[in-house]
Structures are given as C-alpha cells and as structure tokens.
Design a protein around this ligand. Structure first.
Ligand code: DP6
Length: 376
C-alpha cells in the first residue's frame, strides 16, 4: 500500500521585508514582516508526498524531476517536526498506520522557472509541509504549521496562508511565537493586483540567507531599521490593509523596499540587488503615479532585480498603459494592433531600458493559501 497526498502552495511577496536573523539555525528573524500571497494560477509549487512500507530507500525529493538533497539541516528540521506530530497521533491511537516510521517520497514541480528568483523556496517549503501534514492527517492549523515551514525557509511560513499575512518576529528563544498570522483574507481586499517584471539576470547574486547574515554583522543602518523603522511600518501597513487604504499601502511598500535595499548597500561588502532595469521600473511607477496625480502603483524588490508592482483592479488600465510596450513585446499583447511602438505614458528611455532587460511579464493577483488536491 502507498499512502499519498498532494498540495499546491503559493508564492508570497513581502511589502515589509524579512532581512536579518536573531537565530540562523531556527530562522528566527530580527524583525516582523508582512506579505501578500499571490494567486496560484500563475505561480505555485505542486508537491506530492507519499510513503509506503514497500519503499526500500531513504527519504527522497524530486524537484522538477531532478533529485534534490533532503539532508540539509533545514529539510531535516521540517521532516523531523512533521514526523514527531504524526508519531504523537500514532501513540494516542494505536489503530493508525505507523506512517511516521516509513520512508517519504516527495515530488515537487513549479509552474514557473525556478531560476527566475520568484520566491520559489517559500512556495516550495510551504508545499512540502502542507503535503506531508495532509499525508499524516495532522490537525494543526496553518499558523501552527507555519512554525515548521519557517525552519525550511523564513519567508515560507507566510505561504501557509492566503491573502495578507504577517510573520511576527516573536521573542522566545525556542521560536514558538515566531509564526505566520492572517492579517486579512483575500476576500477582504480581492482587488489587489500584481505585475511582475522578470528581469533577465545574467547570474544569481548573493543568496538571501548569506546576504542577511552579512548585513546583521556589518550594517549600521540595520539596527535602526529592525528596532525603529520596521515596527512602526508594520503597524501602518496592517492598518492600511484593514482599511483598504491603497495610498498608504503603496507609500509604505515603496519606502520599505528602498530601506531594505539601502541596508544591503550599507552591508560590507555591499550587496546590489537592484540593477538598471530595476531602476527603470521604479521610474515607470513614478511616472504612472505622476500622470494619475495620485499613488496608484507601488514597486517592491526582493533579493534580486525583478520588480513586483502592486495596484488595484480599478486602476488596471492606467497602470498597464505604462507597461503596454513591454506587454506587447514580451507577452505578445495586441499583436493585431499595428501601434506596436506606442510609447504609452512611460518615457522612451524607461521603455527602452525595460525592453532590453525584461524577459517576461506576469500579471497576477492576491490569492489563497495552499490547496490540498484530492487523490481519488
Ligand atoms: C528579501 O526566506 O529566502 O525575500 O530564511 O534564509 O531561507 P531564508 O531566507 P528567505 O529570505 C527572503 C528575503 C526577502 C524578504 C521577504 O520575503 O520577506
């Protein structure tokens, strides 16, 4: 007999950034963070977890059909915690099959290029934890499971929930209060949209895990950011989301992204995640907001040059107009339309930089948390 469960899990993009660990082994952050979970129709990881007495191998993981190591401390911590919870159920009810002792076979696939730098580790660990929790019939809530996913990758804890999600830094040394919390479900503010400019990066820069450690050790801006700047912005952001105040949401998102990248630049040696294409995307958003006479779009960048631009459905036409030349060139929009060179509201230099450096545009929206896929 083979026991099996499948799940899909979403990507999340932070508007208040996690950067810095107070405990690198447990992935405990120095500051809280907040993200928007993105729709799984565009970006998701699908994971099937199975176990069987017939499997005569140790735990295995395939990612997009390629074998991956499960013996990293992060993966081992996740598997150990999930097995411990299952073993608790088995001890309480001896009639349950002893799944906790069986080897696991995990198969994951992303519906987006893993190398594009689109928070694949967040969706990946969230899907792994959710799939095994389903396989083991665990009754823990998404927030409780987020404690486990956090040990795989910090940002993964936020992908256990949909909508608008906070990760509270917590103060306990064991990390039991450092977990994801629902700020508002997708249905509270379903009109949130995200436009992602995938920037064709030649090589991968400094990983977030390594980068944030160097920042903690060397940046003098970092302490103020973690202790003063972020706590204030967390409160502003939660309030903006609860009152669907896009203007505040947008302003805090942009200042927060800039603060995070300033801390990276203040790291020794300095870390540069933004490039000329990223800066053109910032310019495009500023032009969009100037033309509209109010803030209708907000940019944010993670540990790489890709731009994520949040806006509301009602402003879609105005925002997409800025990016129309890129959407036509990269995504084949309006190919029947002959005005391919319509510059739109973005200035020619901005359009030129984006045309040269953007490889793909993804249009998506706020989405649900992990979805369990029925097996039979
Ligand atoms: C810039 O979650 O990838 O995307 O915990 O070491 O796996 P580890 O780091 P990771 O860092 C994400 C950093 C960020 C900001 C964010 O998502 O909050």
């Amino acid at each position: 007999k083979i026991y099996r469960a499948s799940t899909t899990a979403p990507v999340n993009i932070a508007v208040i950034k996690y950067w810095g660990k107070r405990d690198p082994a447990l992935n405990l952050p120095t500051n809280s963070s907040l993200s928007v979970t993105l729709s799984q129709s565009d970006l998701r990881t699908h994971t099937t977890a199975s176990c069987s007495p017939a499997f005569d191998h140790p735990d295995t993981l395939l990612l997009n059909n390629a074998p991956q190591s499960l013996s990293t401390p992060r993966s081992l911590a996740c598997l150990r915690s999930l097995r411990a919870l299952r073993s608790g159920l088995e001890d309480a009810d001896p009639s349950l099959p002893k799944l906790s002792t069986l080897p696991l076979r995990l198969a994951s696939a992303n519906n987006f290029p893993t190398a594009a730098g689109l928070a694949s580790s967040a969706a990946g660990f969230a899907a792994l934890v959710r799939a095994i929790a389903d396989l083991y019939a665990l009754r823990q809530s998404p927030t409780e499971l987020s404690l486990i996913a956090r040990q795989g990758s910090g940002s993964a804890c936020r992908s256990l929930l949909g909508g608008y999600v906070a990760w509270d830094h917590g103060t306990r040394a064991d990390g039991l209060d450092s977990r994801a919390r629902l700020v508002a479900p997708k249905a509270h503010w379903p009109d949130m949209r995200a436009l992602i400019l995938v920037v064709s990066a030649a090589k991968k820069g400094v990983s977030s895990t390594a980068g944030m450690q160097t920042t903690v050790q060397t940046s003098s801006l970092f302490q103020t950011r973690a202790k003063e700047v972020v706590p204030k912005r967390m409160a502003e952001m939660e309030h903006a989301i609860l009152s669907k105040d896009f203007e505040t949401f947008a302003k805090v998102t942009m200042r927060e992204s800039n603060s995070f990248h300033a801390t990276c630049l203040d790291t020794d040696p300095p870390i540069f995640y933004l490039n000329d294409v990223s800066r053109a995307a910032i310019k495009a958003v500023e032009e969009t907001n100037d033309k509209a006479g109010r803030t209708i779009a907000a940019y944010t960048f993670d540990a790489g040059p890709n731009a994520v631009i949040y806006y509301q459905k009602a402003d879609e036409d105005a925002v997409l107009k800025t990016f129309l030349p890129i959407l036509r060139q990269k995504e084949g929009w309006g190919e029947t339309d002959t005005k391919i060179d319509d510059p739109g509201p973005a200035s020619p230099q901005v359009v030129e930089a984006l045309e040269a450096g953007v490889s793909r545009v993804i249009l998506t929206s706020v989405g649900e948390g992990p979805i369990s896929v029925q097996e039979h």
